[in-house]
Unconditional design. Structure first.
Length: 264
């Protein structure tokens, strides 16, 4: 099996891109930080996602993390040295990258081994199909950081798991283990960790063998249905609140945050 591999450097991390047998595979590789994505890595991820379409032989995009992590989301340490306005801009840019992957005209498969946290969970939700190992954990610890749940992120979650589970994820900040996430529909398939790569390739080839026109038509139809559902959060909402600075400091200092502000 011929495999074409490209490694794109982003600081001390890599976004690894491979092509093989009709499958385009993107691997987030920053093991020293649980594959947390820096601003540069978000940029690279968006560029690669679009480059997948340059090769007409690519029928399916697979997105995964290296080792025993999918991704811990955005690198919070980067936000500790910037203003709230700059942080807001960074989150808006991150959402654009996620939306780029979500609206690709080919099927996307998220392969989740270990934690998918915060923006990492949103990245997984942007994929059409999610395969999780028995070591997968999914959660949104935004309440510990003072990050607000953006409209689009909330919409993806509510449409998938409903309002009660969405609130549970945010209110408790707990990580849902693989079996619970599977039962809730956050994972489409659940397999043993040792079988994950083999299952990923098998599922990718299965989807790649289908009619591209049929897959694109159903993908576009489903997205149109989701976009047409009326919501109370139409428009925009901020990603960060006034608690964000304290949340970042607490994260860097490895302590519990001391939130004192009351929401207006």
């Amino acid at each position: 099996m011929q495999v074409k591999t490209t490694r794109l450097e982003a600081e001390d991390a890599k976004i690894i891109y491979q092509e093989t047998a009709g499958l385009a595979i993107i691997t987030i590789h920053r093991p020293q930080a649980k594959n947390a994505l820096t601003a540069n890595m978000w940029d690279q991820l968006a560029k690669i996602a679009l480059q997948v379409l340059d090769n007409p032989k690519n029928k399916v995009l697979i997105l995964r993390g290296s080792g025993q992590n999918f991704t811990a989301g955005s690198d919070i340490k980067e936000f500790n040295a910037i203003s709230l306005e700059q942080a807001e801009e960074a989150f808006v840019h991150m959402e654009k990258t996620i939306s780029t992957i979500e609206r690709l005209p080919i099927p996307t498969i998220g392969v989740i081994n270990g934690p998918a946290m915060g923006a990492g969970l949103e990245l997984a939700l942007a994929c059409d199909i999610r395969i999780g190992s028995d070591k997968a954990k999914l959660g949104i610890p935004v309440g510990k950081l003072g990050i607000t749940l953006n409209n689009k992120f909330a919409q993806r979650l509510v449409q998938l798991v409903g309002p009660a589970t969405t609130k549970d994820l945010v209110f408790t900040g707990r990580m849902f283990k693989a079996e619970e996430a599977f039962k809730l529909g956050m994972l489409n398939y659940l397999v043993a960790e040792k079988d994950l790569n083999k299952y990923m390739i098998r599922m990718g080839k299965l989807v790649a063998g289908m009619s591209p026109e049929s897959l694109l038509a159903v993908k576009q139809s489903v997205q149109e249905c989701l976009d047409s559902v009326p919501t109370l959060w139409q428009g925009s909402s901020p990603f960060v609140g006034s608690d964000f600075a304290e949340g970042c400091r607490a994260f860097v200092e490895k302590r519990q945050p001391r939130f004192t502000r009351q929401p207006k």
